[in-house]
Design a protein around this ligand. Structure first.
Ligand SMILES: [Fe+2]
Length: 118
């Protein structure tokens, strides 16, 4: 599980956040959406119950939308955010173009809690 230091733990804010604190809070919110996505997808993958699987994947997809909102917010707030994100994407593109392994999903072979069900 992702764990960031809670900037408000034990502290009742008596002032508005600084800009730096604000961008850190948005980034922490982004991480929370990604963590929620991971949890809901794991539950969807671990059950044979069709309704639960469908709802969990639907909610996971909604969390991905929320993650996109927070990422976009960071892009608008931080002048270097897009450049740094692009740098990372370019590095991966370079590795992919140089023949790096690009494997397809083999999750059917992965044992999950659902596999333990008799
Ligand atoms: Fe969300």
């Amino acid at each position: 599980m992702v764990e960031f230091i809670d900037p408000f733990r034990g502290v009742i804010p008596e002032r508005k956040m600084t800009f730096r604190e604000l961008t850190r809070a948005v980034r922490q919110s982004l991480a929370a959406e990604l963590e929620a996505t991971h949890l809901y997808e794991a539950i969807a993958d671990a059950t044979d119950n069709a309704l639960v699987k469908k709802v969990m994947q639907d909610v996971a997809d909604e969390e991905r939308v929320h993650a996109g909102e927070f990422q976009r917010l960071l892009s608008l707030l931080l002048s270097d955010e897009d450049a740094l994100m692009k740098k990372g994407a370019d590095e991966v593109d370079e590795m992919a173009e140089s023949g790096g392994p690009v494997e397809s999903d083999s999750s059917a072979d992965v044992k999950t809690v659902g596999n333990l069900k008799m």
